[in-house]
Design a protein around this ligand. Structure first.
Ligand code: ZN
Length: 178
């Protein structure tokens, strides 16, 4: 497995509409494994193909699995999600505001309104159709990652963006980067 470079907005690939995944053979399997390794190494909770300069509609996500996270996120904690060609097919009426960071925008945080719950369809890593329901932080991660596939960054839709002043607060938020 390889730790991939995470691109930043100076790379136009981050702003491009990613292409549908149609080939689930070895190259995609290697990319998925590399994306998981990259997300883990960067202590992120999600990663989308364009962030590693691959214009493909593929996302990976995993919420932390420490004790506190397990208490807060239940069965979502520590579970690995891999979704090709994800599409939001249902959205709750309710939206919630929350703090987001992004591995492609180091040193920034923002308040972003997201749907509290969503359902998405897509394909697993073998290309088999899947449908997932997500609420809370997991729903937020999915929305953030799916936006990446359309070239959208959270700073485009944030109600506030700031640069945390204190090293402490930055360190505390790194685990939430997506
Ligand atoms: Zn991101």
């Amino acid at each position: 497995m390889t730790i991939l470079s995470i691109i930043q907005p100076d790379n136009p690939l981050l702003r491009r509409q990613a292409r549908r995944v149609t080939d689930f053979s070895g190259d995609l399997q290697a990319l998925i494994d590399d994306m998981i390794a990259t997300m883990t190494a960067a202590q992120g909770v999600g990663l989308a193909g364009p962030q590693v300069a691959q214009s493909k509609r593929i996302i990976v996500a995993r919420l932390p699995a420490d004790e506190g996270s397990a208490a807060e996120y239940g069965e979502d904690a520590g579970k690995l999600y891999i979704v090709a060609n994800p599409r939001v097919v249902w959205r709750s009426e309710n939206k919630v505001s929350g703090v987001e960071g992004c591995l492609s925008l180091p040193g920034l945080l923002g308040d972003v309104e997201r749907f509290e719950s969503i359902e998405i369809t897509g394909q697993d890593r073998q290309g088999k159709p899947i449908r997932l329901s997500a609420s809370g932080w997991l729903a937020r991660v999915f929305q953030h990652e799916i936006d990446h596939l359309d070239g959208i960054l959270y700073i485009d839709i944030a109600t506030a963006v700031w640069r945390p002043e204190e090293a402490d607060s930055l360190a505390g938020e790194v685990s939430e980067a997506q």
